[in-house]
Design a protein around this ligand. Structure first.
Ligand code: CP
Ligand code: NVA
Length: 309
C-alpha cells in the first residue's frame, strides 16, 4: 500500500519519531561523506504551481543524494493547465514516476491527485498546509532541546498554512502552542478544533492571544512567517497595516524566556514580520532550520519511496 503525506495528520506519532531518527542518521551520513543510494533508479516528479527556493532545492538535492532522479514541472509545462483532468494526470504520473511532490493552491487538488495516483504524493505546500516544513521545524527543536513534549512554541502572525500545520504537529507531539494573530487572521477553524482536542489527549496545550507580548510569555521558541502568503499579493497593503503590532522584534523577544530561540520558515520579509537584528541575532536558529529541510526531506522520501514502509 502506498502512503501519502498531505498533512501532518496523515502520520502517527511513531511515524514522526521514525522520520526524526532517520533524519539524524542521514544528517550524520551527509557530513561523513557516506554514499547511500536507497532510491537508485527511482524518479520523483515535482509539480510546482507556486515559486519555491528551499522546498524545490531540498527535494531535488535530497533525491540525488539518495541515488534517485527528479523531473521538475512548473504548471505551464503540463497539459493540466490546458484542461487535462487531475484523474488522467494522476494515472499518467503513476506510470512514469515513483513519487510526486506538489506545491499548489488548493488542498483538494492535492487530495484528488493522491486518491487517483498509485504512487506516494507529498504536499510541498498548499494554502492550507505545509507539512514538510513543520516536520523540519519540530526536528530542529528536538535537535536543540532534546524533547518536544512540554516545549512552548509561540507563533506570532498570520493564521496561514504554517500556523495550520503547527496546530497539527504541536497537538500530535504534546507541545504547548500559542498563536497570536490579529482578529480576522486566525487559523482554520476545523483544524483548530481538532488540534485542541488532540492536544488535550496528548497532554499538550493550544492557546490563542490577541496580544503577541502575552502570547510569547514563557516561550521556548518564537516562530513567525510572512504576513502576505503566495497568492495573497493583492492584500499586501491592508495586511501591512493589520499586522503592524505583530512584528517579531527585540521587544517581543525580551518578553519570552531569556534563552528563547527564533524560527522562521523563510522566505522572510525583513522589517515586516521580523526585524533584521532578530533574524540575524544570536537567538536565531533560522538558517539551521532551513538546512534541516534537506535532511528531513530525505527521511520523508526514504520512508515513502524506499522499502521502509
Ligand atoms: N519554507 C519554504 O517552503 O520555502 P520555499 O517557499 O522557498 O520552498
Ligand atoms: N505562508 C507562506 C509560506 C512560504 C513557505 C506562503 O504560503 O507563501
Amino acid at each position: 500500500m502506498k502512503k501519502d503525506l498531505l498533512a501532518i495528520s496523515d502520520l502517527t506519532r511513531e511515524e514522526i519519531e521514525g522520520i526524526f531518527d532517520r533524519t539524524n542518521f542521514l544528517k550524520k551520513g551527509f557530513y561523513a561523506g557516506d554514499i547511500y543510494h536507497p532510491l537508485k533508479g527511482k524518479v520523483l516528479g515535482m509539480v510546482f504551481k507556486k515559486p519555491s527556493t528551499r522546498t524545490r532545492l531540498s527535494f531535488e538535492s535530497g533525491m540525488y543524494q539518495l541515488g534517485g532522479n527528479t523531473i521538475f514541472l512548473s504548471s505551464k509545462d503540463l497539459q493540466m493547465d490546458r484542461g487535462e483532468s487531475i484523474i488522467d494526470t494522476a494515472r499518467i504520473f503513476s506510470i512514469y514516476l515513483d513519487g510526486i511532490v506538489i506545491r499548489t493552491y488548493s488542498q483538494k487538488e492535492v487530495e484528488e491527485l493522491a486518491v487517483n495516483a498509485s504512487i506516494p504524493v507529498i504536499n510541498g505546500l498548499t494554502d492550507l498546509h505545509h507539512p514538510c516544513q513543520i516536520l523540519c521545524d519540530m526536528f530542529t527543536i528536538k535537535e536543540k532541546l532534546g524533547r518536544l513534549k512540554g516545549v512552548k512554541v509561540a507563533y506570532v502572525g498570520d493564521g496561514n498554512n504554517i500556523a495550520n500545520s503547527w496546530l497539527d504537529g504541536a497537538s500530535k507531539m504534546g507541545m504547548n502552542l500559542s498563536i497570536s494573530s490579529p482578529a480576522g487572521y486566525k487559523p482554520d477553524s476545523e483544524i483548530t478544533k481538532k488540534a485542541i482536542s488532540l492536544a488535550e489527549r496528548n497532554e499538550g496545550r493550544i492557546e490563542f492571544a490577541e496580544d503577541p507580548f502575552e502570547g510569547v510569555k514563557d516561550a521556548d521558541i518564537i516562530y513567525t512567517d510572512v504576513w502576505t502568503s503566495m497568492g495573497q499579493e493583492s492584500e499586501y497593503e491592508k495586511r501591512l497595516k493589520d499586522f503592524k503590532k505583530f512584528q517579531v522584534n527585540a521587544d517581543i523577544v525580551r518578553a519570552a524566556k531569556t534563552n528563547v530561540m527564533i524560527m522562521h520558515c523563510l522566505p522572510a520579509h525583513r522589517g515586516e514580520e521580523i526585524s533584521s537584528d532578530v533574524i540575524d541575532g544570536d537567538r536565531s536558529i533560522v538558517f539551521e532550520e532551513a538546512e534541516n529541510r534537506l535532511h528531513v526531506q530525505k527521511a520523508i522520501l526514504e520512508m515513502l519511496m524506499g522499502q521502509r514502509l
